[in-house]
Write a protein that binds this ligand. Structure first.
Ligand code: PRP
Length: 183
């Protein structure tokens, strides 16, 4: 979905499709360089990471493998509680593998804290994180993220995997949602 088709739903466009593509090309090249001679296993966290996984992996010029996890955060409202239930586990044994977790957004960082300790216990050769977007609270919580697409303000953003009530994930860019949509 193009931003123009639902522009009335937004107060501000943060990143266009071109901005995102440009940044992913940079990150893909950086990852190729950092993992030279190693074959990466990318682990996408469903559902939001579908877009970034597809585009980041294609921005890379080295072989990589992909697997997926689905997790559900306990707790009410829009904030994650940090208590996480695995709905779909990996199909892959990650011991001795070089693992890069691929996320669409890190907000509080609680989901990733859980995920990282869970994955670390499986004995990977290395374990790093890539996220397309990161909110300020994740910085306060010192989540150690190796690759960040964009640091964004603490606003209600949708698009490129980020949803509101299941909608807007398929938006090509990222924008801040207008209050009339969610109030
Ligand atoms: C989003 C995102 C992360 C998590 C980050 O997933 O994909 O997994 O929230 O939040 P945190 O840093 O505050 O823990 P969400 O639970 O919205 O599911 P979705 O990917 O299916 O939209």
């Amino acid at each position: 979905m193009d931003l123009e088709h639902v522009s009335d739903d937004f107060t501000r466009v943060l990143y266009t499709e071109a901005d995102i593509e440009r940044r992913l090309q940079e990150l893909g090249a950086q990852i190729d360089q950092d993992y030279d001679g190693k074959e990466l296993l990318l682990i996408g966290v469903l559902n939001g990471a579908v877009m970034v996984m597809a585009d980041l992996s294609r921005a890379m010029n080295s072989h990589c493998h992909m697997d997926w996890m689905a997790i559900s955060s306990y707790g009410s409202g829009t904030k994650s509680s940090g208590v996480v239930r695995i709905l779909k586990d990996l199909n892959t044994d990650i011991s001795e593998r070089h693992v890069l977790v691929v996320e669409d957004i890190i907000d509080t960082g609680l989901t990733l804290s859980y995920l990282l300790s869970n994955l670390a216990s499986r004995g990977p050769a290395s374990l790093e994180i890539m996220t397309m977007f990161r909110k300020p609270e994740a910085l306060e919580n010192r989540v150690d993220v190796r690759y960040v697409g964009f640091d964004i303000p603490n606003e209600f953003v949708v698009g490129y995997g980020l949803d509101f009530g299941g909608r807007y994930r398929n938006l090509k860019g990222v924008a801040t949602l207008a209050p009339h949509v969610y109030s």
